[in-house]
Design a protein around this ligand. Structure first.
Ligand SMILES: Cc1ncc(COP(=O)(O)O)c(C=O)c1O
Length: 369
């Protein structure tokens, strides 16, 4: 049985008419940039997250850049983050002219280990940027405590955690600014690129809104050098329809994760994901570790059996060529390097059937024989 890593066609089939009617409406209006659909999505996301403000952006990466710019982070500043994440996290820090400073991950959650943060802080550190990898939030209590104590800002890269909970509260409420991505493979994906910043701080929200339109307010009168970080109406309209289904989808992902946990338990050379007791993951990915140096061989076997997988992420950011100027070498962040060699994400999308889950597990067992 073939099981793709993700198949969005099932999801679309359940909401095709609803989506097409709102897309038609926008096409008839020929009003594509920002506008009422974007405002309505912003209101819906703010209400969903329980935050005062939400600002639509052109992508999750642009949302991070907006957040950094709103805090006036740039040349001469340092931002502490994890090297085991999607490139956009540290890439956005570098793009505003600041220096990404890495701290290794906790091998159990794959998220930044707060115990390593104090040691890298300098007088230039302006912010910490934790990432909620694979759908569970970073250890925000400890991070907030350090930030409070050292007067640092927190920008949380929640690209993968919309719909997750931390101490019973929805993602989006644990940082000065939180960013989301609606890249199509995210739990709530647009029909292209889209992102969002949420915050409780009215002044920061206003700065984000101005920065998103080249720093202008009103039009053609520029307070800051911003950028074109606008969200378009077509994406917002699709996302508004999808938001109504998000919790049901997250439940489906958790149900599938529990099934995998049970079926893969006790398998030698396989470690299933752990969710901290204060977290409820939304399982943007279900990422196992394959130990004993067997990950790539297992992946190849699975591919031959028609099982889709992905390695998020094969090379930690401190070893990427473009960050050579930071002067890191292999061995600097051993847990991130080990994770990069062992992780394997397997299909977790909510529409998976029991038979598909059984097939994935059987294929994993077979490829380990
Ligand atoms: C952790 C993380 N940060 C940032 C991003 C960037 O989001 P986007 O692809 O929407 O720019 C993504 C998603 O791709 C991500 O997973």
């Amino acid at each position: 049985m073939k099981v793709p890593l993700l198949d969005l066609k099932y999801q679309y089939a359940t909401m095709r008419d609803e989506i097409r009617s709102v897309l038609d409406e926008i096409c008839d209006d020929q009003a594509f940039i920002l506008g009422p659909h974007v405002k309505a999505l912003e209101d819906d996301i703010a209400a969903y997250c329980g935050t005062g403000h939400a600002i639509g952006a052109s992508s999750g990466t642009d949302a991070l850049i907006l957040a950094l710019m709103a805090l006036e982070i740039g040349h001469g500043h340092e931002v502490v983050t994890t090297p085991f994440t999607f490139f956009g996290t540290a890439g956005s820090i570098a793009r505003v002219g600041a220096k990404p400073v890495f701290v290794d991950i906790d091998p159990v959650t794959f998220n930044i280990d707060p115990n390593g943060i104090e040691a890298v802080l300098t007088s230039n550190t302006k912010a910490v940027m934790p990432v909620d990898l694979f759908g569970q939030l970073a250890e925000m209590d400890a991070i907030q405590e350090i930030a409070r104590h050292r007067k640092l800002r927190v920008i949380q890269d929640s690209a993968q955690s919309l719909g997750a909970k931390h101490h019973g509260k929805t993602s989006g409420r644990f940082a000065d600014l939180t960013t989301f991505s609606f890249y199509p493979t995210k739990n709530m994906g647009a029909f292209g690129d889209a992102g969002m910043v949420v915050t409780d701080d009215a002044a920061l929200a206003e700065r984000c809104r101005i920065l998103r339109v080249h720093g202008a307010k009103p039009k053609y009168f520029h307070h800051f050098i911003g950028g074109n970080f606008r969200l378009d109406a077509l994406q917002a309209a699709v996302l508004r329809v999808k938001l109504r289904h998000l919790d049901k989808w997250s439940d489906g992902r958790r149900r599938n994760a529990a099934q995998y946990d049970a079926l893969l338990a006790g398998l030698s050379d396989v470690i299933t994901p752990s969710v901290a007791e204060y977290n409820e993951s939304c399982f943007n990915q279900y990422t196992i570790r394959i130990t004993g140096g067997r990950r790539d061989a297992v992946r190849k076997n699975l591919q031959e059996m028609g099982i889709g997988t992905e390695v998020y992420y094969p090379l930690p950011l401190h070893l990427q060529k473009c960050f050579a100027y930071l002067g890191h070498k292999e061995g600097d962040f051993p847990e991130s390097e080990r994770a990069a060699k062992e992780v394997l994400s397997i299909p977790i999308y909510p529409e998976l059937t029991d038979a598909q889950i059984d097939a994935v597990c059987a294929a994993i067992k077979k490829s380990l024989e």
